[in-house]
Design a protein around this ligand. Structure first.
Ligand code: ADP
Ligand code: MG
Length: 317
């Protein structure tokens, strides 16, 4: 390990806040944590690369926030509570200023989410950052993609299409609306909603590839179909001001990077879901229903089916 690498890891170590259940953190060959008795461990990993998962001009603090946010979103989609994480950094050169700014964003979200950084790896290479998160659930309570039942409502947190709107403006060389760009750079993992719906939802996924594509995964895993009401898709004021009509619906339904949760629950849970929305201070909107069959149909207000232009997230590199 070079002096530079040592200094870099030391900077990370000094900023990593500890939890009582961290026995051994950064500085040994591996970390040791105390897993609470009677809990199950939930584990997820996601990597983001410059030019593929974030635009070249993304601020380092936003890269730090986002790499943790996309991982926490996976824990939220499982109904898990965050506990520990590791961070793998591939950096073009030992740019300490870049790392300090990156850590500002990373630890801002880590502190807010009560997750402790306990280790990682640092290498030289093209800019790429990878996080592994570990979270906890009550035994058998993890929210899976399988489990949606015919008659369930389909729910979505927050609003859809903001990140897609920012990408569309950026690609077109237009002025990017700051509110939309903020949602692309700093997605909010829906951990509070996840905690609330853990005993209520039948199936859950986070929207990273686009609502219709991600709901399709739920349907395939659950061996059911779904209908989505396009006019019901929740829209932010910023997106509504910038895009309209079919263009906006395409951004909302078929492009990802929102990191909202999409889950299904029986109609009997509607009042409970309204309470979760209030407690989590996050809108939760019913956007459709689970039906017999297979696949996802997106419907206009008159009930006719929308022929979707494309399904899923298209990388912008
Ligand atoms: P080893 O050669 O034993 O793998 P390293 O030099 O890779 O050790 O890492 C030394 C310590 O620093 C380990 O505890 C490791 O988890 C931690 N570490 C290395 N890089 C990072 C990083 N990017 N973030 C957090 N901890 C890191
Ligand atoms: Mg190592």
């Amino acid at each position: 390990m070079s002096v530079e690498e040592f200094e870099l890891i030391d900077r990370i170590r000094l900023r990593s806040a500890l939890r009582d259940d961290v026995i051994l953190s950064i500085g040994d060959d591996a970390a040791v944590v105390q897993v609470p008795a009677g809990k199950q461990l939930v584990i997820a990993t996601d990597t983001i690369n410059r030019g593929i998962h974030f635009p070249d001009n993304t601020a380092p603090a936003d890269v730090g926030w986002k790499v943790l946010a996309v991982n926490l979103s996976d824990l939220a989609a499982m109904g898990a509570v965050p506990a520990w994480c590791t961070l793998s950094l591939s950096l073009p050169q030992g740019d300490l200023a870049w790392v300090d700014a990156f850590l500002d964003g990373f630890f801002e979200l880590a502190t807010a989410s009560r997750i402790a950084l306990v280790g990682g790896d640092t290498t030289r290479g093209s800019l790429s950052v990878s996080v592994t998160v570990l979270g906890l659930v009550e035994p058998g309570r993890a929210l899976r993609r399988a489990g949606a039942r015919v008659g369930d409502d389909v729910w979505v947190t927050g609003t859809l299409g903001d990140a897609a709107g920012a990408l569309a403006q950026w690609r077109a060389g237009a002025v990017v609306d700051p509110a939309l760009r903020r949602r692309l750079d700093r997605p909010t993992p829906r951990l509070a909603v996840a905690a609330g719906i853990a005993g209520i939802a039948h199936a859950c996924i986070d929207v990273s590839d686009g609502l219709l594509a991600d709901l399709r995964h739920v349907c395939d895993a659950s061996q059911v179909g779904a209908e989505v009401d396009l006019p019901a898709l929740p829209v932010s004021p910023a997106l509504a001001a910038a895009f309209e009509g079919a263009r906006r619906q395409a951004l909302q339904a078929t492009v990802g990077d929102d990191y909202e949760l999409c889950f299904t629950a029986p109609p009997s849970a509607r009042a409970a879901i309204a309470r979760v929305a209030q407690e989590a201070a996050t809108p939760i909107t019913c956007v459709g229903r689970i039906v017999a069959g297979a696949g996802v149909r997106a419907l206009h207000a008159d009930g006719s089916e929308w022929e979707t232009p494309a399904l899923g997230f298209v990388h912008f590199a």
